[in-house]
Design a binder for this molecule. Structure first.
Ligand SMILES: [Zn+2]
Ligand SMILES: [Zn+2]
Length: 100
């Protein structure tokens, strides 16, 4: 187990940012297809692929936890499409990550 390079917490949910990104992209294709490309760019900002932990889905190296990644996307969505925030939080069931 390695630690997230951003929050220094041990990564307990070993899913890489690429895999989470694909989930979010699939959702955006449904609701706001135009934003998918922007999501890709946003993701690259914090997409680092080193670290000892490997993704349970695609075997990529993980250096950022799903919390930091979804929070990064959340901050962006909050400004771009505030009307989708509620759905984003429901859909990804990450409510416990965010202050209410
Ligand atoms: Zn983190
Ligand atoms: Zn993965």
């Amino acid at each position: 187990m390695s630690e997230c390079v951003l929050c220094n917490e041990v990564i307990t949910n070993p899913v890489c940012t690429d895999c989470v990104e694909n989930e979010i992209a699939a959702w955006l294709y449904e609701v706001r297809p135009k934003l998918v490309e922007e999501l890709r760019k946003k993701s690259e900002e914090i997409n680092l692929d080193y670290g000892e932990t490997r993704c349970i889905l695609c075997n990529n190296h993980i250096s950022i936890c799903t919390f930091c990644y979804t929070n990064h996307v959340f901050e962006w969505l909050k400004i771009r499409v505030p009307e989708l925030i509620r759905e984003f939080r429901t859909f990804f069931d990450f409510n416990y990550f965010f202050p209410t």
